[in-house]
Design a protein around this ligand. Sequence first.
Ligand code: ATP
Ligand code: MG
Length: 424
Amino acid sequence: MNAPIRSIRGMNDILPEDIHVWQLLESAAESVFAAHGFEQIRVPLLEKTGVFTRAIGSATDVVSKEMYSFDDRNGESLSLRPEGTAGVVRAALQNGLLYGPVRRLWYGGAMFRYERPQKGRSRQFHQLGAELFGAPGADADAEILALGEQLWSRLGLTGLRLELNTLGNSEERATYRDRLYEFLTAHRADLDEQTRERVERNPLRVLDSKDPAVQALLEDAPLLKDHLGEESRGHFDQLRRYLDRLGIEYHVNPRLVRGLDYYCHTVFEWITGDLGAQGTVCAGGRYDNLVELQGGNPWPGIGFAMGEERLVELLRQKTGIEPPPVHVYLVAVGENSTASALELAYDLRAGIPGLRLLVNLNGGSFKTQFKRADRSGASLALVLGEEEIQNGQVAVKFLRRKEQQLTLERDETGDWIRDNIVSI
Ligand code: ATP
Ligand code: MG
C-alpha cells in the first residue's frame, strides 16, 4: 500500500473546527467594505510573471526570492500571486475600470510566497485587501484608514497600533534613497553581510531592520522627512488633521518603509504585540505610480492588505468566539421512521431560514441516537418514534436544560422551533 501523501510545507489545511473564526473575520470585513462602498473583485491566482515583477520591483524580497514562478507548457513564465494589488491593477486597466469616477475595490484569497514557514508566516496564506483608485488627496487616505479602524472595532480587536509614515513622491524618495545609500556605504564596515546586500539592493529596506546594532547605527542616518517638498508635507499634515478629527490614534514611525517598491506618500501598518515577531496584521499605502508601471496612464491609488492567518490567531486568543451551535438533532426509531424524519427535516429547513438541524443517519437504537444528539451539541432533540408517527406528532426533548419533555402536533413544530429555539 502507498503511504498517504502529505501537504506541501508551509501550505496549511484550514479545518472545520477553526472555520467559524475565518467566517467571522470575512463576514465582518465584507460588511465593513460594503459600508464604505467597496465592491468585490476576483482576479486569477496565476498571472504572467511580468505583472508582479513590474509592479513590485525586482529588488524586493518578494520578487527576488519569494515567488512561485514556472514556465507553462508554452514556455511562458507564470507566477502564483504573492500579493493582490498588482493583479487588481492589471484587471482594472484591462477592463476599463480606471480614468473615471473613484473606484473602490476589495479582494480576498490565497497568496503564495516561498518564505521560511514559522508562526504567522506560511507559504500559502490569505489576505483581504482594499484598493481605492482615482483619489489623490489625503481624504482618500483617511477613508482607507477609517475603514481599517472600523473593522478592528467591529471584530472587538483592541490594542492594534497604527504606525504611519510618508515616503514623499518618487523624486523625493529617490533623492533620499541616494543620501541613505551614501550614509550606509560610509558605515559599511559596521554592517553584517545581509545588511550590506540590502544596502546594494534596496537601501530603504535597511530602515526596518530588526537588528538592534543596525537600528543603533541608524540613529544618525539622514531622515526621509528632511527630504520632503512642501506638497508632500502638506499631504501628510492634512491626513494627520483628518485622523485627529476622527479620533483615530496613530504613531508616526519615520523608519516605516514597507517591503514593496511601489509605495509613495502615505504608508502604514497596524501592529499587535500579541503575536510575537510577526506582529503586522495589516499594511498598505499610496501607490500613485503603480498604474503607470503596469503600462497605463498615471492614475492614483491607495490600499492595504491584511493577513488573515494573523487576524484569525488574534481572534482565537480572545475568548467567547464559538462556532454556531446545532439547534436540533432529529431522532427517529422504528419502521418507516427514516422517511418521516427526512420529510420533517426537509420541511423544517425550508420553513426556517438559519435553522441548523442534523438528521440522524445510520439508524441505531434510541440510546445510540440520543448519544449522538448529545455529542452534536444540539440544544434540542426532536423525536419520531412509532407512536409519534402514528399520531402525527413530534416529541421534544431538551438536551441542555432540565425541562419536561413535550409533544407537538407535527404541523405546529416549525412555528414552535422558530419561536423557542432559533434566534438568528
Ligand atoms: P512581513 O514584513 O511580515 O514579511 P510584508 O511586508 O511582506 O510582511 P505585505 O506584503 O505588506 O507583507 O502583506 C500584508 C500582510 O499580509 C502582512 O502584514 C501580513 O499580515 C500578511 N502576510 C504577508 N506575508 C505573509 C506570510 N508569508 N504568511 C502569513 N501572512 C503574511
Ligand atoms: Mg514579507
